[in-house]
Write a protein that binds this ligand. Structure first.
Ligand code: NAD
Length: 294
């Protein structure tokens, strides 16, 4: 029987990587974040500190627990510093070439029994696993954004992933306080496969003149009990990200029902990417009172 996972490496210290490192360290794991960009590592540590301070203020973490968690966190730019990790979770930029290079390098430095996971939103786990000599020990762990707040982790088995690997990472995610949903290795997994076509359909409803921005969002909030209207949520995710995910679903599943809505593509062409660019279906000039774009 393989020994317990105690040390986790996280490759890519962006918005997802820092969140994964946060929940790992908070729940007793030793966590080392690796990034090619030292500024990302500094920013990640600052973000984790700020988010843990907020937890302390709210009373969900004690000052002593915060100090212990921060002491379990390390950062590095050298792959060899991850050599002793029992599990490495990759959360680098969503680019297949970058991810394949990272996994090839990890495979060479890690001990033979170490597990590999990817947080990819859209790239095939089976294809990423195939660049390593341990596809049986490779799995998808898809955390949701923001990681410390969102309860779900999608667990994705590649074609070669063994039951033992699956059970070991399920235990890790559980220790991180998460609830898991298991998906086959298909484009979009569960959440994006269901959510993105709904957001895309809201764009079609707007394009076809079914209703205006405010009415579409109000209808789904109050009529379907969604915490956020679909156009607000699309702005929050980023309209470029929404188009990218629709393109993956469309290209890989080959069904015309996944074609990105032309109005959504037009927003991206205009550079109106949603909240992050200050304008999307809403104008965020006054962030406390977003106004529909027209
Ligand atoms: P991000 O741009 O915030 O962070 C990516 C980080 O990866 C950056 O700090 C960058 O410097 C680093 N990086 C790039 N190349 C690297 C390399 N070769 N080695 C080490 N680090 C490298 O991106 P993000 O939003 O955190 O997304 C990361 C991953 O998580 C992607 O695969 C994305 O699809 C997935 N994801 C994102 C979300 C989301 O809502 N943002 C949700 C679920 C999953």
């Amino acid at each position: 029987m393989a020994h317990t996972i105690t040390t986790i490496g996280i490759v890519g210290a962006g918005q997802m990587g820092n969140g994964i490192a946060h929940v790992a360290a908070q729940n007793g794991f030793h966590a080392t974040m690796l990034d090619v960009n030292p500024a990302s590592l500094e920013k990640a540590l600052a973000t984790i500190t700020k988010n843990m301070d907020r937890q302390v203020q709210k009373g969900s973490l004690t000052e002593a627990q915060k100090t212990e968690a921060m002491a379990r966190l390390k950062t590095t730019t050298a792959m060899t510093d991850l050599a002793q990790c029992d599990l490495v979770i990759e959360a680098a930029t969503e680019n297949e070439g970058i991810k394949k290079k990272i996994f090839t390098e990890l495979d060479a430095v890690l001990k033979p029994e170490a597990l590999l996971a990817s947080n990819t939103s859209s790239i095939s786990i089976t294809r990423l696993a195939a660049v390593t000599k341990r596809p049986d020990k490779f799995i998808g762990l898809h955390f949701m954004n923001p990681v410390p707040m969102m309860a779900l982790v999608e667990v994705i088995k590649g074609l070669a992933t063994t039951q033992e690997t699956y059970e070991r990472v399920m235990e890790v995610a559980q220790k991180m306080g998460k609830t898991m949903a298991t998906s086959e290795d298909v484009p979009g997994f569960i959440v994006n496969r269901l959510l993105l076509p709904m957001l895309n359909e809201a764009c079609y409803a707007l394009q076809d003149g079914v209703a205006d921005v405010k009415s579409i969002d109000t209808a789904m909030k109050l009529g379907a009990g969604h915490p956020m209207g679909p156009l607000t949520l699309a702005d929050f995710i980023g309209l470029d990200t929404c188009v990218a995910i629709m393109r993956v679903l469309h290209n890989e599943l080959g069904d015309s029902k996944y074609r990105p809505c032309p109005l959504l593509v037009k927003f991206v062409d205009a550079g109106w990417l949603g909240k992050k660019s200050g304008k999307g279906f809403y104008d965020y000039t006054d962030p406390t009172n977003p106004k529909p774009y027209r």
